[in-house]
Design a protein around this ligand. Structure first.
Ligand code: ADP
Ligand code: MG
Ligand code: ZN
Length: 499
């Protein structure tokens, strides 16, 4: 068990996470919500450009997705909810205000269970509300001019769900664990891609310190601009160090917003933090309040898929997997789906323990060698739908390894080839002559040649150093290119050496 190093002050963290919802159209107009990799300002209309007099219309799917997310995280769904105007003057805010939710959000309470610092804890949510994204400002410095800004309206009005935690976390590791769990849940219920690099999952970290044992909260600093889990971790750690130094020098922490600078790992003051009154919230006059009946909530609840934690627990009991393996398989629902698709295939023609043994073998391929291949390029993991290996490939690999057609060593090579070419394992074995050598005459011949060529280890073995045979076994297997297993090779060698 690891525990976080005790900091000088108690660290208190609350996170606000913005998640873009995967709807076809924008929050309040029929424009396409796809903005990544699109030509700038092509998904724009008078509503999302903020023209006066235009009337917004609520995207029903976005409301449903937000409620689904809330239900997945144990929130209560109040009967009444409404939208409000949040007024602030930023160039990327087309209307000069954002339609958001102030005092009657769609979801209240709830939370997520996380594991970090060697313990399990429940991070409580305050609320989840629905709002619209802003336009994108693209700062340029090029031949056309110095330090000018372009605006892309395609992102303006994309549905955005904001998930706000209570100040429940106590370390950077817990904050990252929470973010990971949140992303996992969002993805598994299919309401968002939650892709941090593409801006679909953005987190603001509120960090404060207080003397150990104190009940009152210290002044908080809100850190923005983190676009990876790693930068969330670094930003919080940096902030803890910075605030500790100020407090130790007898200073006070000013409540403010700071931006994380990836290049230096530092946080920089952006503005002193505004309070809610600065936004002059008032109910959005152009939209009706929402009334959400229990029947509608129940219908949405019925649509929830099995959630990652529950599925992981089921994998343990149903397939006899270890907790660690079950959790790894459930990091993404694509992986969990692929595993179960594989087990459906491997279960064919097997009964009882054999079913479980094959499921375990499939799991090991998926989280082991296949995961290694998918992550071969640093920083990028190839998704299941981008690789040529399918559950059918893994199922076949499991079966032909189990029935001795190929050795475990060969199986790894076969997977490598399948990952490159997409060929089925049995075709690879046939084409490349990789079937296990069961003909003992061939192994005997190779063993004799290896003994001949390696007098030193042979003498060591015969002189009583039993472990010296390992080297010879390795040589036999190498000669046979892994087509014999270690047991067969050792038997053939002993037969000749002990004679
Ligand atoms: P604001 O009005 O500045 O947005 P909120 O009270 O709405 O502040 O809280 C925003 C986020 O900051 C929440 O996630 C909350 O848990 C967190 N938070 C509030 N106070 C503190 C604090 N003293 N230290 C750390 N986080 C805090
Ligand atoms: Mg806030
Ligand atoms: Zn529009």
């Amino acid at each position: 068990m690891t525990t976080a190093a005790r900091t000088e002050y108690e660290v208190v963290i609350g996170l606000e996470t913005h998640v873009q919802l995967k709807t076809e159209s924008k929050m309040f107009c029929p424009c396409s919500s796809a903005y990544f990799d699109t030509d700038p300002n092509t998904h724009a209309c008078p509503v999302c450009m903020g023209m006066p007099g235009m009337l917004p219309v609520i995207n029903r799917k976005a409301v449903e997705y937000t409620i689904l997310a809330g239900l997945a995280m144990g929130c209560t769904i109040p009967e009444y909810s409404k939208f409000d105007r949040k007024n602030y003057p930023y160039p990327d805010l087309m209307k000069g205000y954002q339609i958001s939710q102030f005092d009657q959000p769609l979801c209240l309470g709830g939370g997520l269970e996380i594991e970090a610092d060697g313990e399990t804890r429940y991070v409580h949510l305050e609320r989840i509300h629905l709002e619209e994204d802003t336009a994108r400002s693209l700062h340029r410095n090029d031949g056309i001019g110095e330090g000018y800004t372009l605006l892309d309206v395609n992102r303006a009005g994309v549905p955005l769900m904001e998930i706000v935690t209570t100040p429940d976390m106590r370390s950077a590791a817990q904050a990252v664990a929470y973010m990971r769990k949140l992303r996992q849940v969002i993805r598994s219920i299919g309401v968002g891609d939650a892709d941090m690099e593409k801006g679909g999952f953005r987190c603001d970290a509120n960090v404060s310190l207080r003397p150990w044992g104190s009940e009152t909260l210290g002044a908080k600093v809100e850190v923005k601009n983190m676009n990876s889990f790693r930068s969330v971790q670094r930003a919080i750690e940096t902030e803890i160090v910075r605030q500790t130094a100020i407090l130790n020098a007898g200073g006070t922490i000013v409540q403010e917003t700071r931006g994380f600078v990836d290049a230096t790992g530092e946080t920089q003051s952006q503005r002193s933090k505004e309070g809610a009154h600065d936004y002059r919230y008032f109910p959005e006059p152009d939209l009706p309040p929402l009334k959400i009946s229990t029947a509608e909530v129940d219908a949405l609840r019925a649509r929830l898929p099995e959630l990652p934690d529950a599925r992981s627990a089921r994998f343990e009991s149903q397939y006899g997997l270890t907790t660690a393996t079950a959790k790894l398989l459930n990091e993404t629902h694509e992986e969990a789906d692929a595993f179960e698709a594989t087990t459906r295939l491997t279960a064919e023609g097997a009964t009882g323990d054999a079913v479980l043994a094959r499921a375990r073998a499939a799991a090991n391929w998926i989280i082991g060698d296949l995961a290694r291949l998918r992550r071969a390029e640093v920083g990028a993991e190839r998704a299941w739908d981008e690789i040529p290996v399918t559950p059918a490939h893994i199922a076949e690999l499991v079966k032909i390894t189990e029935d001795g057609t190929i050795t475990g060593t060969t199986a790894k090579q076969v997977l490598d080839v399948a990952f490159e070419t997409g060929q089925m394992p049995s075709a690879i074995v046939a084409e490349r002559g990789l079937a296990q050598v069961k003909d003992s005459a061939e192994i005997d011949r190779v063993a004799a040649a290896v003994i001949e060529a390696n007098p030193k280890p042979v003498a060591d073995y015969q002189g009583g150093k039993a472990t010296a045979i390992q080297f010879l076994v390795g040589q036999v297997m190498r000669e046979l290119k892994g087509r014999a297993d270690a047991t067969g090779a050792a038997e053939a060698l002993r037969k000749q050496l002990d004679a």
